[in-house]
Structure formats: structure tokens, C-alpha cells
Design a protein around this ligand. Structure first.
Ligand SMILES: [Zn+2]
Length: 258
């Protein structure tokens, strides 16, 4: 589908909705791992502590108009805030583009935004807040009452997702004598199972392990020595996004090899 067929208005609407989700993601990514409230106080400049006015807090536009600086004291804001808003726009645009303005499109949008938040937080803090995974499971379960996968499949997916990490983690502990994965990974895979169903779980585990290994062998080489941990949740989240869009195609291709 081209943008012309999809409609300029539809594209702008989806991107804008995504940028707003991205804007809220910035709040979640900063505050959840620091145990701060996500509803208040309103965003403020970390430098002069002045509350950011609503007209300076418009997704994408405000950052560009103020060129990433505080209106009051001109202290620079990290470009990361803009990038997360853009990432949010891409998440929703891709979902609506692929699945249309349907419940599946809405479900995919929520799933991707939550995965984005989890990927960022786990990368930086090595934790996966239960607020995101449990919240995602609630949203996914409610949507599965009306969309895909159906509720029984979503529940089975949650059990398979959580169970698989528990088994891997237990096996790792037996072999290496240390706990390889935390409760956050268990909850993440349970949420993945809710959105992708039981068949999505092995694909995401494989993809996450593949991405993590590739990272460790290339970019992460050198700074992962001495028992440094890998933010496995980030790689699982990336794999879940790939499986959401291409899981069916990969499965068909794989079967066609035999
Ligand atoms: Zn300031």
C-alpha cells in the first residue's frame, strides 16, 4: 500500500497519535525505573525546574520549534526525547498501515509502544517494570475479547511465554549456578504470549537470543567482559516487533523449505 492509497489524512493522524504516545513514553521511560509518579507533577525543565507549558510540550513540534532547548533557561534537552516521539509515530503508523484502523491495528499499536518503553528501560536500567508488562497483559486480554488472537489463545500464550522463561532460567541455574533471567523477563514473555499467541513465543525467544548473540559478538564486544549482563528484554522486545509484522511470512517460508 502506498501513502496515496492509505490517505494523507490517515497517515498524519496515525503519526500524530503515535507521537503523542511517544511523548507519554518519554514520561514512562524516565519515571517508572525511578519509582516516580507518572501522572504528576507535570514535566519540568531539569535545569531551571520551571514547569513546561502545554504549548511547549506538543509532540515533535515543540522540540523542533525550540530546537531542543528550555524556553526559560535555554538548557538543552536530550535529543532522545525527540527520537522516542518519532519512534512512537513510526510504531503506530506501521501498525495502522499494516492492520488498518481496526482493533488489530489498535492492539499492534499498544503492543509496539509498550515494547519500545520496555526496550529503552531495560537497556538503561536492566529492569522491566511490572507496570508495563501487567498493564500490557490487561490491555491485550481485553482486546482479545474482540480481536486476534482470541482470548483462549492469548491466555495459553501467556502461560507458554512465562513457562518457557521459567524453564530456561531454571536450566541456566542448574548448569551455571546463577540466575540468568529475572522476573521481568518472565512477565515480558507472558505479555508477548497474550499479544502473539502461543506460536509467537518460540519465534520471539529464538529472535531475542539471535539478536542478543549478534550484539554480544559485534557492538557489545569488549564491554561485556567480566560477567556483565545483557539487557535481554531489549532483544526480546525487538524480536517481538519483528514477529508481529513478519511472523506469518517467516513461518510460511520456513515450512516451504521442507
Ligand atoms: Zn530551563
Amino acid at each position: 500500500m502506498t501513502i496515496a492509497e492509505f490517505g494523507i489524512l490517515s497517515t498524519i493522524l496515525a503519526a500524530w497519535l503515535g507521537a503523542c504516545f511517544g511523548s507519554f513514553s518519554n514520561v514512562l521511560i524516565y519515571r517508572l525505573p525511578r519509582d516516580l509518579s507518572v501522572v504528576g507533577p507535570r514535566s519540568f525543565c531539569p535545569s531551571c525546574e520551571k514547569t513546561v507549558s502545554w504549548y511547549d510540550n506538543i509532540p515533535l513540534l515543540s522540540w523542533l520549534i525550540l530546537r531542543g532547548r528550555c524556553r526559560n533557561c535555554s538548557a538543552p534537552f536530550s535529543v532522545r526525547y525527540l527520537l522516542v516521539e518519532i519512534a512512537g509515530a513510526v510504531c503506530v503508523l506501521a501498525s495502522i498501515w499494516r492492520f488498518g484502523w481496526t482493533l488489530d491495528g489498535l492492539s499492534a499499536s499498544f503492543f509496539l509502544i509498550i515494547l519500545l518503553d520496555i526496550a529503552m528501560i531495560d537497556w538503561e536500567h536492566m529492569i522491566i517494570p511490572h507496570t508495563l508488562t501487567v498493564g500490557g497483559m490487561v490491555i491485550g486480554s481485553v482486546l482479545s475479547l474482540f480481536g486476534n488472537p482470541a482470548l483462549p489463545s492469548a491466555m495459553l500464550g501467556a502461560a507458554v511465554g512465562a513457562g518457557s522463561i521459567l524453564v530456561v532460567s531454571y536450566g541456566y541455574k542448574l548448569v551455571r549456578g546463577v540466575v540468568g533471567m529475572g522476573g521481568g523477563d518472565v512477565m515480558l514473555m507472558a505479555m508477548v504470549g497474550v499479544f502473539l499467541g502461543p506460536w509467537g513465543v518460540p519465534a520471539v525467544l529464538f529472535g531475542g537470543a539471535l539478536f542478543g548473540t549478534l550484539y554480544a559478538l559485534t557492538v557489545g564486544r569488549g564491554n561485556l567482559g567480566g560477567g556483565a549482563k545483557l539487557p535481554f528484554g531489549t532483544f526480546l522486545a525487538a524480536a517481538a516487533a519483528v514477529v508481529l509484522f513478519f511472523g506469518g511470512d517467516i513461518f510460511t517460508w520456513y515450512l516451504s523449505r521442507f
